[in-house]
Design a protein around this ligand. Sequence first.
Ligand SMILES: [Zn+2]
Length: 165
Amino acid sequence: MPDNEMLATNNPIQVQLCPKCNGQGIVSRPPWIAGDVHQWSGGTASSFVCNVCNGARVIYPPQIGVANIVTAPLPEITSLKEENAKLHEQGKESLLLYNSMTAQIAKYRKALEKIAKWEMPVTGKYWPDKEGKPNPERPMSYGVCYGSNGERDFIKSIAEDALNK
Ligand SMILES: [Zn+2]
């Protein structure tokens, strides 16, 4: 087996015989002269260093490396995409849960603030003045109109609304 073939077959992934000089490292015509030109001037040399392999007889085709890069990492890229999509879904679910909990807490807080203030609704009723007419400067409280049971029921309704709505 010639040296050139040895080189090519012992390491078939990275090395390839030079296609221009066919693994000779030299060519019989100046490499810079076009293939259809049969006469050239300058010198009497009958062999020239191949300008593709620079006399190395072999080349290292870049497309082999490119092919490896393109095919090898594909499964990894796919799994990363899947992982990313999964994380994206989880993120969306977490955000929905967070928004829902935040809204619930805000609702409960509002109810508790109302209860803590014990703020009764305006009754729209007024104590009478000397002439027996409603005095707009003396509004009648909720407790006066509806009693302590009425107040209790109103407060109870605030808590119930917050829990049920
Ligand atoms: Zn060559």
